[in-house]
Design a protein around this ligand. Structure first.
Ligand SMILES: [Zn+2]
Ligand SMILES: [Zn+2]
Length: 417
C-alpha cells in the first residue's frame, strides 16, 4: 500500500487548503528491499546515516537500508532525551544530509529532533506498529527529567516493511491497536465540539480516520493468526493518524479524552501518586475503555436541561492539589483561556440529542474491553500500574492536560456527573 501526499494535499471540499509534510508512505511486505527506489521516488538525496538501537539492529527479518554511516545506540535505558541526542550528534558524520530512524518511539523521537536541529532530511523505518507518532511533526522528549514536546521534523518518507512489523514483539503491536481504538473517542469528541461550538471539522480528514479505525476494529483479532492484512491495517491507521494531524495542523483528528487520560497518567501528577511504565498505546487503550464507559453512561440521560450548570473556571488551588508544585504552573497556563467558557448551558442542553447520537457511534466499553481481552492487551487501570480507585480523579482531572473541548471537559457543566 502506498500513501501519496499528492492525493491529500491542495484545496479540499471543506474549503481549506491542506498540506502534508510527508511525501510518501510505503506499507508492504519486503518494502526495505526497494528502499533506494522509494528514496528516489520521494526525492530524498545525499549521504545517509541510519540510526538503530541494539535491539532493532539485531532484528533477523530486517534488511538494513544502505547508508554511508550507521549509528547503533544502546537499547538498554534508551530514552529520547538530552543523552541520546548528544550521543547521536557527536557521532554524526559532517557530510550526512539524511537521517534514517530504524526502530520504534524512542529512536524516532531522538532522530527526528536531531534532524530538525541540524536541518537534515528525516526518513522513518518503523520496526513495529506500536504508536501513532511515526509521522509526527513534534518529538516527545524527556529533557533533564521533564517531559517536553519539542519541534521536530516530519519524515519525508516512511518505509514500513510488513515482514519486519509482523514479526515484532506482540505487546508492541497491541499498544498500537490501543492507540488506534482511541480514535473512536477522539473522533466523537471532534464531532461533539463541532456540534456545540461550531469548531471546524474537515469531513475528508474525519472520513480517513474513521475508515482507518473501522478497518482495525473489523480485523485486529486476526493479528493473533499472524494475518499480514491485519498488521497492514494497524500500520496504515497509525501512519494515517500522523498524516491526518499534518493535514489538520493539530492533533484533533487523533486525540481526545482518551489521550488526555493517557497523558495525565504519563506526567505523574501529585494526586495519582504513581508513575506508570506502560507504553503510550497501552495507556490510550485503557483510557478508551474508561472514556467509552463514561460517555455511554452520560448518554443514558435523555434530557439534561435540568442538570446543566454554568461554566466556572477551575480554581488555582485545585490545580496545585491535582498536579503538585512541579506541574501546576504549566497546567494553569494551558487552561488560561478555557475553551469550555464558550459553552453555554442552553447550547449544551439544546445539542444533547445530537451528542447522544454521536456517542452511540462509539463501541461500548464492554466491546472495547472484550477486544483488548481477546488480544491479550492491557485493559484495566491496574494493568497499567494505576490504582483502580483513581477512576474519578482521571475522569475529573485528565481534561485539564489539554485546553481542548471534549465531552469529558464538558462534564464539568453537568450536575451529579
Ligand atoms: Zn478538508
Ligand atoms: Zn497516540
Amino acid at each position: 500500500m502506498i500513501i501519496d501526499s499528492k492525493k491529500y494535499g491542495g484545496v479540499c471540499r471543506c474549503g481549506k487548503e491542506h498540506r502534508m509534510a510527508t511525501d510518501l508512505c510505503v506499507i508492504e511486505e519486503g518494502a526495505l528491499a526497494r528502499f533506494d527506489e522509494y528514496l528516489e521516488k520521494a526525492g530524498v538525496t545525499g549521504p545517509r546515516c541510519a540510526v538503530y538501537d541494539t535491539n532493532t539492529y539485531a532484528i533477523p527479518a530486517l534488511r538494513r537500508p544502505k547508508a554511508a554511516q550507521e549509528v547503533v545506540l544502546k537499547a538498554e535505558g534508551l530514552h529520547a532525551d538530552e543523552n541520546s541526542t548528544a550521543e547521536l550528534e557527536s557521532r554524526l558524520g559532517s557530510d550526512i544530509r539524511v537521517l534514517i530512524a530504524v526502530g520504534t518511539g524512542s529512536i524516532h523521537d531522538t532522530v527526528r529532533y536531531v534532524a530538525a536541529k541540524k536541518g537534515l532530511t528525516f526518513v522513518s523505518v518503523p520496526t513495529a506498529a506500536s504508536c501513532d507518532a511515526f509521522c509526527s511533526t513534534v518529538a516527545a522528549m524527556t529533557w533533564h527529567g521533564f517531559k517536553k514536546t519539542l519541534p521536530a521534523k516530519a519524515p519525508a518518507l516512511v518505509v514500513a516493511d510488513l515482514d519486519v512489523i509482523s514479526t515484532a514483539p506482540r505487546f508492541l503491536t497491541l499498544s498500537g491497536i490501543g492507540d488506534m481504538l482511541g480514535k473512536f473517542v477522539a473522533l466523537a469528541d471532534w464531532k461533539i465540539a463541532r456540534a456545540v461550538t461550531g469548531e471546524e471539522l474537515c469531513p475528508v480528514i474525519y472520513g480517513i480516520m474513521k475508515d482507518a479505525v473501522d478497518g482495525i476494529w473489523a480485523n485486529c483479532r486476526d493479528i493473533l493468526k499472524g494475518s499480514v492484512e491485519a498488521y497492514e491495517s494497524v500500520t496504515y491507521g497509525l501512519l494515517m493518524s500522523g498524516l491526518a494531524m499534518q493535514l489538520n495542523v493539530t492533533s484533533r483528528p487523533a486525540s481526545g479524552a482518551e489521550h488526555h487520560i493517557s497523558h495525565f497518567i504519563e506526567v505523574g501528577p501529585q494526586i495519582l501518586g504513581t508513575e506508570s511504565g506502560a507504553l503510550h498505546g497501552e495507556k490510550v487503550g485503557v483510557g478508551t475503555v474508561l472514556a467509552s464507559a463514561e460517555y455511554h453512561r452520560l448518554a443514558e440521560t435523555e434530557d439534561i436541561s435540568g442538570c446543566v450548570i454554568p461554566y466556572r473556571p477551575v480554581p488555582a488551588e485545585r490545580f496545585m492539589e491535582v498536579f503538585g508544585p512541579k506541574l501546576c504552573d504549566a497546567c494553569i497556563e494551558e487552561n488560561a483561556n478555557d475553551c469550555l467558557a464558550a459553552v453555554t448551558p442552553e447550547k449544551l442542553a439544546e445539542k444533547w440529542p445530537e451528542i447522544r447520537e454521536i456517542i452511540a457511534e462509539i463501541p461500548s466499553s464492554e466491546e472495547i474491553f472484550g477486544c483488548l481481552e481477546d488480544l491479550g492487551a492491557k485493559r484495566t487501570l491496574p494493568d497499567i500500574e494505576v490504582d483502580a480507585g483513581a477512576l474519578p480523579v482521571l475522569l475529573d482531572c485528565s481534561p485539564l492536560m489539554r485546553n481542548r473541548l471534549t465531552l469529558m471537559r464538558m462534564r464539568r457543566m453537568l450536575k451529579h456527573s
